[in-house]
Design a protein around this ligand. Structure first.
Ligand code: NAP
Length: 237
C-alpha cells in the first residue's frame, strides 16, 4: 500500500510551502491547498506535490474542499492547518464581516476538516497519525490592532485540546504557536528591527524553525494536546 499523504492548508507560500517541500524531500506524499493559481503552485506540482484549490472564507468553500479531498485520497497521514490571514481590524467593522471571515479560516475550516476527515486519518496504516494547528503567540497575548486575528487563533488553539481528547490515542493533535518567524516583502528596516527586538533571541529565524517543530510533532509518539511556542522567548522578554 502506498504511503498516506500529509495535507498542508495554505501551502503555496512562505512557511506552508517550506514545510511542504521538506516533507516531500523526506519522502512523504504531500497535498497542499491554495487560493490563487500562480507560478509557485505550478512549481510545486512539478515537484510531485498535489495542489487543491480551496477558499475557507465561506461555508460552501469549506464543504467543497472536503469533498475534493475525499476524491483525491482515501487516507491521510497528517493534517497541518496553516492557512491564515494576518488581517488587521477594520475601524468600522460594524457588521463583523472581518471577524466572520477570520473565524471561518482559523476555526470553522479546521473544525469541519477535523470532524469530516477523521476517517481518512484512521484509514492510515502507519504507526502515527497527526493533526497540527498553526496558531500564533498572539493567541495567548491578544493584540490591540489584530483583535479578530488573535481571538480566532485562540479558538484554534483551544480546538487542539478538545480534538486531542476526542481523537486519542489513534490521532495526536497539537499546536505550534509561532511569532516573528519571517518578514513580509514590504516590511522596512525599521519594522525588521522592531520585530527582532521583541524576542530574546533577537532574530527573525525563517521557516526552518517551524519545519523542525512540525517534524518533532510528527515523529514523537507521546506528545498530544500541547501547544509548542516557537517565539524566540518572547514571553520572558
Ligand atoms: N510568518 C510569521 O512570522 C508568523 C508568525 C506567527 C504566526 N504565523 C502563522 O504561521 C502560518 C503561516 O504563516 P505565513 O506567514 O507563511 O502565512 P501567509 O504567507 O499569510 O500564508 C497563509 C496562506 O493561507 C492561505 N489563505 C489565506 N486566506 C485563505 C482562505 N480564505 N482560504 C484558504 N486559504 C487561505 C493563503 O493562500 P494563497 O496564498 O493561495 O492566497 C496563504 O498561502 C499562519 O497560520 C500564520 O498565522 C506566522
Amino acid at each position: 500500500m502506498s504511503q498516506a499523504p500529509i495535507l498542508i492548508t495554505g501551502g503555496a507560500q512562505r512557511l506552508g510551502r517550506y514545510c511542504a517541500e521538506r516533507l516531500h524531500d523526506d519522502g512523504h506524499p504531500v497535498i497542499i491547498t491554495y487560493r490563487r493559481e500562480r507560478e509557485a503552485v505550478e512549481a510545486l506540482r512539478k515537484q510531485g506535490i498535489q495542489a487543491i484549490q480551496a477558499d475557507f472564507s465561506t461555508d460552501t468553500g469549506i464543504a467543497a474542499f472536503i469533498d475534493h479531498l475525499g476524491e483525491a485520497t482515501p487516507r491521510l497521514r497528517a493534517i497541518i492547518h496553516n492557512a491564515s490571514q494576518w488581517r488587521a481590524d477594520i475601524d468600522n467593522d460594524e457588521t463583523g464581516q472581518a471577524f466572520e471571515a477570520l473565524f471561518r479560516i482559523h476555526m470553522q475550516a479546521p473544525y469541519m476538516i477535523n470532524m469530516r476527515c477523521r476517517e481518512l486519518l484512521e484509514a492510515c496504516q502507519e504507526p502515527m497519525r497527526d493533526i497540527i494547528h498553526i496558531t500564533d503567540y498572539a493567541a495567548q497575548k491578544g493584540s490591540r490592532n489584530h483583535v479578530a486575528y488573535a481571538a480566532t487563533k485562540a479558538g484554534l488553539d483551544n480546538l487542539t485540546r478538545s480534538f486531542a481528547a476526542l481523537y486519542g490515542p489513534s490521532i495526536k493533535v497539537n499546536a505550534i504557536a509561532p511569532a516573528s518567524i519571517m518578514l513580509n516583502e514590504d516590511d522596512d528596516d525599521a519594522y525588521a528591527d522592531y520585530l527582532r527586538d521583541k524576542s530574546i533571541m533577537a532574530t527573525t529565524p525563517g521557516p526552518a524553525v517551524i519545519w523542525q517543530s512540525v517534524r518533532y510533532l510528527l515523529d514523537n509518539p507521546f506528545v498530544t494536546g500541547v501547544t509548542l511556542p516557537v517565539d524566540g522567548g518572547r514571553h520572558v522578554k
